[in-house]
Each structure stands twice: as structure tokens, then as C-alpha cells.
Unconditional design. Structure first.
Length: 241
């Protein structure tokens, strides 16, 4: 298997061809910060958006997104993912580092080491453009199986070899990243009760906390105010390049 990595700057037509985003749970596509800004990534920072193509099949099997942004590695924001995207798009300030936004691997190709390969490619892109730091508000991939465990407790779980219990945190750790803290308010997804029922194919008959497939923490439903709210915690990892 040989993977060829190409940037949006080199192959802009791939953006219309890939459908890896469909692997996200539907509700994850409704963060308000992302809705207004995601498309601007490709216009403003085309070198930092990339795809991995299986050269034997010409299939797009990996997608990566990152953004140059002015952040202090000693004081990374609690708003994590959405704050990195907001500042990178909105602020007219010289960037100090690059923040990862996502790496997606085709569901049929997971378990083949492509996540580590894609992270290596992101590190290469960042390093070759003169940045010394890559930070990542990592969405711990196995946390959805433990939605009622506090994120602060979850990140302390370790395997017998000392590496993080969570697979995505482990990929970053193996690449040399340091876990520097939790960003408890990394994404915020709000909608009406009907919208949440549509996004999840679930019924929410009463006000309360609901465990939703794919969610890292419970979703809060308030039927009296017709509001559902999901606030996702992520984990800041820091790569020194």
C-alpha cells in the first residue's frame, strides 16, 4: 500500500470528490463556529488542507485539516477546537503556531496505521512552512464508549506499556506529542429538540441528560425551552517540531 499526500493547493478538485466527512455523527456537523468558517480554510490556507490517496486504487482514504493561528502554547484556550478555528479565520494577527483541526481516515481503512501516517504528513507540512509548534485539540476516539467518565479522569488512563488508553491520544503520544491539558468546551452544538431527534434518530421525551451514540459526554435536553446542547471536551496535545 502506497499513500500519496496532496494539498488543496495542488489538487483543489479533490474537495468536491471526497466524502470522508460522512463518517462523522450527524450532530457533529452543526457547530456554529464551523458553519460560518470551515469553507474559508481552503481559500486562505490551502497548503494546510490535504488528502491521502491510495495509489493502487486512486481512492481518497485520508483527509487532514490544520490552521495557522496566534496561540500561546503555555495558555491554550479552554474552547479548544472552535477557538482555534475562530481565531485563525477572524483575527488579523501573525500566527505563532499551527493547530490541527481534524484527521479523518476512511472507515474501511481504519486499523492500517493511516492515522499515524497522516499525522506525520501534517507535522511535515507545518515544519516545512517554518513553524516550530503544532498543537491539536484531540477528540479522544474511544471516549464515546465512556460518556459519563469525566474527561479529566479519562485522559489519565494508561495501558500497561504506559501509553494512553485512548487510541487517538496514543497516536499523538507515539509521534512525540505532550498532553498539556483538557479543553472542556472545545465544541458546542445547540439545536431544538426536534433537530436533535433528527440528528440522532432518537426520541427525547423528557428534560434530562441523554447518552447519544458518538457523543463523548451526555447531551442536555430541555424540553421546556425547546433546546438541546452538547458541549464536547477535547484534549490539547503539543508537538514540538
Amino acid at each position: 500500500m502506497s499513500i500519496a499526500y496532496v494539498s488543496h493547493a495542488a489538487r483543489p478538485e479533490l474537495r468536491e470528490l471526497e466524502e470522508l466527512w460522512r463518517s462523522w455523527p450527524e450532530f457533529m456537523l452543526h457547530d456554529s463556529i464551523s458553519a460560518d468558517r470551515w469553507g474559508l480554510l481552503y481559500d486562505r490556507f490551502p497548503d494546510f488542507q490535504f488528502w491521502g490517496i491510495d495509489e493502487s486504487t486512486d481512492e481518497i482514504v485520508v483527509k487532514g485539516n490544520a490552521i495557522p493561528v496566534a496561540l500561546d502554547v503555555r495558555d491554550l484556550p479552554v474552547d479548544g477546537w472552535r477557538e482555534a478555528l475562530r481565531r485563525g479565520i477572524d483575527d488579523d494577527v501573525a500566527p505563532t503556531l499551527v493547530s490541527a483541526l481534524q484527521i479523518l481516515v476512511a472507515e474501511s481503512r481504519r486499523g492500517e496505521g493511516l492515522s499515524g501516517s497522516a499525522l506525520d504528513e501534517m507535522r511535515r507540512i507545518v515544519r516545512e512552512r517554518g513553524f516550530r509548534h503544532l498543537v491539536a485539540p484531540v477528540r479522544p476516539s474511544a471516549k464515546a464508549a465512556y460518556p459519563i467518565t469525566p474527561i479529566e479522569e479519562y485522559v489519565e488512563w494508561r495501558r500497561p506499556d504506559g501509553l494512553p488508553f485512548d487510541p487517538w491520544l496514543r497516536v499523538h503520544a507515539r509521534a512525540g506529542a505532550e498532553l498539556v491539558g483538557v479543553c472542556p468546551h472545545s465544541m458546542e452544538i445547540e439545536g431544538t429538540v426536534a433537530e436533535w431527534e433528527g440528528w440522532t434518530a432518537m426520541a427525547f421525551p423528557a428534560t434530562g441528560q441523554y447518552v447519544v451514540p458518538g457523543a463523548l459526554v451526555p447531551v442536555s435536553i430541555d424540553r421546556e425551552s425547546d433546546r438541546g446542547l452538547y458541549v464536547e471536551p477535547n484534549v490539547w496535545m503539543h508537538h514540538r517540531l
